[in-house]
Write a protein of this length. Structure first.
Length: 545
């Protein structure tokens, strides 16, 4: 029997409390979770946000909010990408046979990046370019009648790095990309107008890094291009800069519109600005916050001398803000799940493309069944690993799992998943079951992102005498708490025991997975396929400051 009464009471209390607090203030970070490279637009009374999720599928999540506080995922721009077997984790060759083989590798840290979202003439448009070389990196333009989808591919173009799509007042489409580059698109969005490519600014001498993450808006007849600037001069920091002009062919002026640290972490930038129905403006920028990933902050925009200045009167990101609109129902992009719905909730994403025949919500109603379908050597090559974001300041996620149909050599469990992962693994050896807590570190090639090895340190092992087990992990992302994860198990769902490393340190590494740490539910075979596990539920709790 499912033990849902406590979960239902907890969720109800959480929603009521969140709704009440939502009437009082918005706390920064606005989204204390991995939501990088944001683009935000407003259509009527609804704000829509799109973010980068790279190798996770479905990809390019679209989130919606009425109040800029409570966000929920309403759809994805694509279910999967199919340009290469890399998206399927299907190509596993010995290291000495990998080099130069077509399709070898993964898309860890690659895939979908920095999607641009627009609404034009009653349709939504999304432009994204995978961070890949060659044809895999060609730009996609998708379109849909509703932000929720379905989305269809409209065209493929050359690669545009960190690009934004922009429709002028007369409907002329442009792409702004890279470090100060732009070009005009054909009216059908299927080609580049010949001779239209140009640089509209040149970076300053001390801006030796890229100016990227371009977002373009037009306000009161002036074009504004917002970019993150990586500055290495003494006394200057990562910042958001703005270029403006009244004529796209004229000289663009430049101004720094945000240079602020926040919350005990380093300086932040990259994002956009968006207006309300009443004509107020807000800025949404992300900040790197270690193991949890890149979080979103909300700031007021003050128009000073025609520049959109972000932050309070001191130019700093505020700790709290009055809500744009009060009384909205509480929503979240990370959720508990009893797996009773006939379709998978939009809060879940798979690690790379899923194998649809190997997971089911219908085989045992009320459970998520994960069946092994491919023999793999480690977690990082395991198909059908199911993920959700972790959230700060602290959060807890746990599963109840039935392992009675595992086969010899199968591994299943729950992980704090990243390039460095803390992992709770139930491993079947012969007819026995063992629970391990391990620390795992993946090595990837720079070019193919091929998995060349996984360093695994088993910290603690216990033998299990039953086949229904509860697993839980806690994440603590408060400043000064070192992004700590702690791991627990239970044999009855009531009494919990800690296992393995205490305060395992979660890390963010842009060279490998380039993402914040995720809750990950997995099941894979190391000897033969066909075994399966049934996950009864995922219980989630998020604690605010």
């Amino acid at each position: 029997m499912k033990r849902l009464s406590f979960l239902l009471m907890f969720c109800a209390a959480t929603l009521i409390g969140a709704a009440q607090s939502g009437m009082e203030r918005i706390e920064n970070p606005m989204l204390w979770a991995d939501v990088p490279d944001p683009d935000v637009i407003r259509v009527d009374d609804t704000f829509y946000l799109v973010s980068t999720t790279m190798h996770l599928m479905p990809g390019a999540p679209v989130m919606a909010s009425k109040d800029l506080k409570n966000w929920r995922t309403v759809g994805y721009i694509f279910d999967r990408l199919t340009d290469s077997p890399k998206y399927d984790l299907a190509f596993s060759l010995p290291l000495d046979k990998q080099q130069g083989k077509e399709g070898v590798g993964t898309v860890y840290g690659r895939g979908q990046w920095a999607t641009s979202l627009k609404y034009h003439n009653g349709r939504f448009y999304a432009l994204l370019a995978p961070n890949e070389a060659g044809a895999m990196g060609d730009t996609y333009i998708f379109t849909a009648e509703k932000a929720e989808g379905p989305w269809t591919i409209h065209s493929r173009l050359r690669h545009f790095h960190d690009a934004t799509l922009f429709f002028d007042d007369d409907g002329t489409p442009y792409v702004f990309f890279g470090t100060g580059e732009m070009c005009q698109l054909t009216p059908d969005l299927k080609g580049v107008v010949e001779g239209s490519h140009r640089h509209y600014f040149q970076r300053e001498a001390d801006e030796r890094g890229l100016l990227e993450g371009t977002r373009v808006v037009k306000h009161n007849g002036t074009y504004y291009a917002l970019l993150i600037s990586h500055v290495y001069a003494p006394g200057r920091h990562r910042r958001e800069v703005c270029y403006r002009t009244k004529d796209l062919n004229a000289v663009w002026e430049k101004h720094v519109i945000l240079e602020s640290d926040f919350g005990g972490f380093s300086y932040l930038a990259q994002g956009t600005i968006v207006d309300t129905e009443e004509g107020d403006w807000y800025g949404i920028m992300f900040q790197d916050r270690g193991g949890v990933g890149r979080v979103l902050t909300l700031s007021p925009v003050r128009w000073i001398d025609g520049w959109p200045m972000l932050g309070d009167e001191q130019g700093r990101v505020p700790a709290t803000m009055r809500p744009y609109r009060s009384g909205q129902p509480a929503d979240s992009i990370v959720c508990s799940d009893d797996f009773a719905a006939p379709t998978l909730g939009l809060h879940w994403q798979w690690n790379h493309n899923p194998v649809d025949a190997a997971w089911s919500l219908g085989a045992r109603p009320g459970f998520m069944r994960l069946t092994t379908c491919r023999v793999v050597p480690n977690l990082y090559l395991a198909p059908n690993t199911l993920t959700q974001r972790m959230e700060g300041p602290t959060c807890t996620g746990g599963i109840c799992i039935d392992v009675s149909h595992m086969k010899d050599g199968d591994c299943c469990g729950l992980a704090a998943f990243n390039g460095d992962s803390g992992v709770l693994t139930i491993r079947k050896k012969g007819k026995k079951y063992f629970l391990e807590m391990s620390e795992q570190k993946v090595s990837l090639t720079d070019r193919e992102k091929a998995v060349t090895g996984v360093e695994e340190k088993v910290v603690e092992t216990i033998e299990l005498k039953q086949t229904t087990v509860w697993l839980r992990l806690q994440g603590d992302f408060r400043p000064g708490h070192h992004d700590a994860a702690n791991f627990f198990y239970s044999l009855d769902g009531q009494e919990w025991k800690q296992i393995g490393t205490k305060d395992y340190r979660m890390v963010f590494d842009y060279r490998r997975l380039f993402m914040g740490t995720k809750f990950a539910i997995f099941n894979y075979a190391t000897r033969r396929t066909g075994g399966y596990v049934d996950i009864d539920r995922f219980d989630y709790q998020h604690q605010s400051l």
